[in-house]
Write a protein that binds this ligand. Structure first.
Ligand code: GLY
Length: 563
């Protein structure tokens, strides 16, 4: 990929990131029974209050989800979508897909000009970039299947938070100030986010409070029909978007069978398509499983080399094969087959980097039939949920629905606008992820739950666009191979390779100079940037004595609370 294109990709990804500040604190919050870890203390506490009222993890999920939509507008949302992986205390597991969809009249070439070139910013900024949101439908699916408390009790704390307001943190003020110009550019009125923010300022969102009240009183229809839908469709239309009432009323969240696989003694449960997360995680872990990883020094040259080469091969397959399973045939079994993966890794050499152009995708055995947020919850009954939701990049499309107070996603950019043309994360896609009416765009979100000996061991996930998969991967290895605690694991510096561009991204100051030079001498290109952070992992580890340890990422304002 061209250098300037790479820089644009990275700088956009970094829009809301701060310089990595990796605290040395090693032990996280410990609780005996229940825990919520999310991007904001207010949302974590709201989730925990629900658990204290004898609500279950699903009740807490709904409450945390709506609270994040208020207090974490960069990524928490009702105008976006996401995925949930769950494990009940009886060992049953499942996954919910509330990913956004393309509008009915969307089509393959909608972001191309007459010459067939991708039109800059069209899939990332403004109303034309918006996919049909799934978050509200997702929350209701969860509530209807598993909820135990009245819905109004779950959403009311978010309504109060929107109406009464909350304090802006230092990191949030920086992030809001960076986005102000974009809000001004994209909207046709002065939004409440356009001002000079400083730490300690107060944000009140009355219009959002009223939208949440319509959801409280009318259920799903309080969002997808009636006044909220009118405000949504009218404003998007005013701004040149294509979402219709039909699009909103047709949206459905879908229960899916998660990807499950073994890694050594662990059973890993992760998200399936339309997220690539679980498949890529399985491929990478299976690629490195034959090596005695615990004997390789953590974050050493060898460790980075091995993971990088496995990641390259998996992301090359992602680019070629993966897309919405309801629209394209994806050979999941073949892609995660041990022999196939062994064959893919056969070209790996400790002596030099395999250049990405030499990798391409594998020959499969046959067809069988920058901004997001994550929260992890374990309840006092032993149920666990792992939820990653997104507006895509920070504050999504920057469209703030006039009169309704919620931000719309720019998830359409997760489609491949044109084969082999990188999206905002630098990810390449093929026909499998091309745009089609009502199709879901490929994601990297990787909400994951891990079992050991049939018992719950860990719940984890992260934001970070294309780096989500590799951040989850590194935290799994920190625990399973290096015996770290949860907070210690989350604090570790991270790196990432995604096949193209052919660079290892590294958190600055996280890696020894000697390691970087030895990687360079092996043929690797390293990309560090002052502001770069990779992911914000929020996770819970079940300790051998049954206590829970939270890992709340110090790269953000993330907070673990428990009892
Ligand atoms: N929007 C980021 C993802 O879904 O991977």
């Amino acid at each position: 990929m061209k250098k300037n294109c790479l820089l644009i990709t990275i700088s956009l990804f970094l829009l809301n990131c701060e310089k990595a500040t990796i605290k040395k604190k090693k032990t996280g919050v410990i609780a005996q029974k229940a825990m919520v870890v999310s991007a904001r203390v207010e949302a974590s506490k709201i989730g925990l209050d629900i658990l204290k009222k004898n609500g279950n993890a699903y009740d807490a999920m709904v409450a945390t989800h709506f609270a994040l939509a208020v207090v974490y507008p960069v990524a928490g949302n009702i105008g976006g979508g996401g995925f949930m992986v769950y494990r009940n205390n009886d060992g049953t597991k499942g996954a919910l897909d509330f990913r956004e969809k393309a509008p009915v009249i969307a089509h393959r070439d909608m972001y191309l000009d007459a010459q067939g070139n991708v039109i800059k910013n069209k899939s990332t900024e403004g109303a034309y970039a918006v996919g049909i949101p799934g978050s509200v439908a997702g929350a209701f699916e969860v509530f209807e299947k598993f909820g135990s408390l009245p819905f109004k009790d779950l959403i009311q704390p978010a309504i109060d938070l929107a109406r009464n307001g909350f304090k802006v943190t230092k990191k949030q003020a920086i992030s809001l100030n960076r986005a102000a110009d974009k809000f001004e550019k994209v909207n046709n009125y002065k939004t409440l986010f356009e001002k000079e923010w400083k730490e300690g300022d107060w944000i009140q969102q009355e219009e959002l409070a009223q939208t949440l009240e319509r959801i409280r009183d009318l259920g799903k229809e309080g969002f997808y029909k009636g006044k909220t839908a009118d405000l949504f469709v009218n404003y998007v239309t005013e701004l040149g978007g294509i979402i219709s009432h039909e699009d909103l009323s047709k949206y459905k969240a879908i229960w899916r069978k998660p990807i499950t696989f073994n890694y050594r003694d662990y059973n890993i449960i992760s998200m399936t398509l339309p997220s690539s997360g679980g498949i890529c995680l399985a491929q990478i872990l299976k690629s490195i499983e034959p090596y005695d990883i615990s004997k390789i020094k953590h974050n050493s040259t060898k460790y980075i080399q091995l993971l990088t080469e496995a990641e390259k091969r998996s992301y090359a397959d992602r680019a070629n094969f993966l897309g919405d399973i309801d629209f394209v045939k994806v050979p999941i079994d073949s892609l995660t087959d041990t022999e196939y993966i062994k064959q893919r890794m056969s070209t790996f050499s400790w002596n030099k980097a395999t250049p990405s152009p030499e990798i391409s995708h594998g020959k499969i055995l046959g067809y069988e039939s920058d901004e997001t947020t994550h929260y992890s919850i374990i309840d006092q009954f032993g149920n666990a949920v792992s939820v990653t939701t997104t507006l895509n990049t920070g504050y999504g499309s920057k469209v703030l629905v006039k009169g309704a107070g919620f931000i719309l996603n720019n998830e359409m950019d997760d489609f491949s606008s044109k084969p082999n043309n990188p999206n905002i994360y630098g990810l390449i896609g093929s026909e499998a992820n091309s745009i089609a009416s009502e199709k879901r765009m490929l994601s990297s979100m990787t909400p994951t739950i891990i079992e050991k000996n049939g018992k719950l061991k860990m719940v984890l996930g992260t934001p970070g666009g294309s780096t989500i998969i590799t951040s989850v991967l590194q935290n799994i290895l920190n625990i399973t191979e290096y015996n770290m605690g949860m907070q210690e694991s989350v604090n570790q510096p991270r790196f990432h390779h995604q096949w193209l561009p052919d660079v290892i991204r590294m958190e600055p100051k996280g890696f020894d100079i000697q390691i970087k030079s030895s990687l360079k001498s092996l043929g690797y290109t390293i990309l560090e940037k002052n502001a770069l952070i990779i992911g914000r992992v929020d996770a819970i580890l079940v300790l051998p004595n049954g206590n829970l340890e939270g890992g709340a990422d110090p790269r953000g304002d993330d907070t673990a609370v428990g009892f």
